[in-house]
Design a protein around this ligand. Structure first.
Ligand code: PLP
Length: 491
């Protein structure tokens, strides 16, 4: 087959495969592109500057018949795609929760892509499995999680795509555990099941109920304390009692540590004790906040975990590890594996049958899995516990500075407790004014934040977490909000 040449005469490769030399050349260009991107990130508007359809309108209608040089991809990235990118790593991106990226994580991810390993079984790449088990034991130790989540006992950790996957697999394990010998379906019983979580918890809990086939109606939403937005255990008790009387089997209670809207922290120990009394699984969703326990002053985030059946937190949110990396631990891996293990003949192998190895395909929904532990390992080794603590502390200190600035302005009120790096606040003038304020500051391109509803009123959320955010960005955000507030209140 003839060689295919790029416009500058560079050989793209016989049959189009990129040769190692070509990979070196373009790889350097890509790494330079990324480094340059971080250097100029602050000068870009935080939010994508496009209308629906703009990005597609710039792309050819059909895929190319002949291969193109990689420079063309980079050129189009700059010209066609970048205007449609919202810059999540921007120092003034304060929306949702952060989705941290970092140099070591990017490089670790690149190495995982380079190895191209598919670690579904221990036997398909022992290092992928053993590094994952080991790094999750490290992380459990760094966060001060109870011993029962370590792989050395009945429990252990696994990297899931996301906290939503963790909620789903926790529910499947819970259903497996509450479904006893009377069940007639594999894995899940035939009873009606109840799942309990607060009205502030993440929507992934409802989604898990739907995916698991229970339907959204299985979800019971717990009332929250109006001041703290944390779940009320008394309401859980009432719902469990009512369900039991009506023949509904309590399957799972989900406690949030750092709920999405306001960062509320549920009373895990109280919810866990009730879950245990009624035979339900207790899953703790600490997707955003959990990683802060890397600093001893935030270890209170772990309170009650010694009673939890499963726990998750996302290094891909606030611990400098590129998406996707959700760390999920179970205290007893048997119900999880019982729920998810299906063994076709082609996957049988001596190592699995020896019982001496972990096969992570049985710990999550897909069969295949990337070597995601590499990036988490790279992050932990690059920063060390000290660096991780410094990152979390810096975000918290900046958020506290912002909260104080907002509280100093009589036109605003801070809405909920803010012990970490999320501040919820509103204009005293009401929900309409608060929403208009958000639209104005987001349209400026200089910062981005999102909103929630607290006690029926709109509140804005400012979440700090980018490694690039400095005091001057917080001060600029406060000034931008103050200016926009004047405009909103004058109009
Ligand atoms: N749980 C909480 C508390 C969250 O804040 C979020 C996302 O922000 C999620 C779960 C879902 O996270 P993921 O994207 O990892 O599924």
């Amino acid at each position: 087959m003839a060689s295919i040449r790029s416009s500058d005469g560079y050989r793209v490769g016989v049959a189009g495969h990129m040769t190692p030399d070509e990979f070196r050349r373009y790889g350097r260009e890509v790494v330079d592109w990324i480094a340059d991107y971080y250097e100029r990130l602050e000068s870009l508007p935080v939010l994508a500057q496009v209308k629906p359809g703009d990005v597609r309108a710039g792309l050819p209608g059909s895929a190319p018949e002949q291969g193109e040089p990689f420079d063309a991809v980079l050129r189009d990235l700059d010209d066609l795609l970048l205007p449609g990118v919202t810059h999540w790593q921007h120092p003034s991106f304060f929306g949702y929760f952060p989705a941290n990226a970092s140099g070591p994580a990017i490089l670790g991810d690149l190495l995982a892509s380079g190895l191209g390993v598919q670690g579904m079984l221990w036997a398909t790449s022992p290092a992928a499995t053993e590094l994952e088990t080991h790094v999750l034991d490290w992380l459990a130790e760094l966060l001060g999680l109870p011993q029962r989540f370590r792989s050395t006992g009945d429990g252990g950790g696994v990297i899931q795509h996301s906290a939503s996957d963790s909620a789903l697999v926790a529910l499947l394990a819970a259903l497996h555990r509450v479904s006893d010998a009377r069940t007639t379906r594999d894995g899940v019983g035939v009873e009606r099941f109840g799942v309990y979580t607060s009205g502030q918890s993440h929507s992934s809990v409802e989604k898990a109920c739907r995916i698991a086939g229970l339907g959204g109606a299985a979800l019971r939403k717990l009332d929250v304390d109006p001041a703290t937005q944390s779940a009320r255990p008394e309401h859980l008790r009432e719902l469990l009692e009512r369900d039991r009387a009506e023949g509904v089997v309590p399957a799972m209670v989900v406690a949030s540590v750092g709920a999405t809207g306001t960062g509320a922290v549920d009373p895990v120990a109280d919810l866990a004790a009730l879950a245990r009394d009624y035979g339900a699984w207790l899953h703790v969703d600490a997707a955003w906040a959990g990683v802060a326990a890397v600093a001893p002053e935030f270890r209170w985030l772990d309170d009650g975990l010694e009673l939890a059946d499963s726990y998750c937190t996302n290094p891909h949110k606030w611990l400098l590890t590129n998406f996707d990396c959700d760390a999920f631990w179970v205290a007893d891996r048997r119900p999880l594996i019982g729920a998810l293990s299906v063994l076709p003949e082609y996957l049988r192998n001596a190592a699995s049958e020896s019982g001496a190895v972990i096969d992570y395909r049985d710990w999550h929904v897909p069969l295949g899995r990337r070597f995601r532990a590499l990036k988490l390992w790279a992050v932990i080794r690059w920063y060390g516990a000290e660096g991780l603590r410094a990152h979390v502390r810096s975000s918290v200190a900046l958020a506290q500075r912002f909260a104080a600035q907002v509280a100093d302005d009589d036109r605003f009120e801070v809405v909920t407790p803010h012990p970490l790096a999320l501040v919820t606040f509103r204009l005293r003038a009401g929900s309409d004014a608060t929403r208009e304020l958000m639209e104005r500051v987001n349209a400026s391109g200089r910062m981005f934040l999102t909103h929630t509803v607290v006690n029926g009123e709109t509140a804005l959320r400012l979440a700090v977490g980018s490694p690039l955010t400095e005091q001057r960005h917080i001060d600029a955000a406060s000034a931008e909000l103050a200016r926009a507030a004047s405009d909103v209140l004058a109009s």
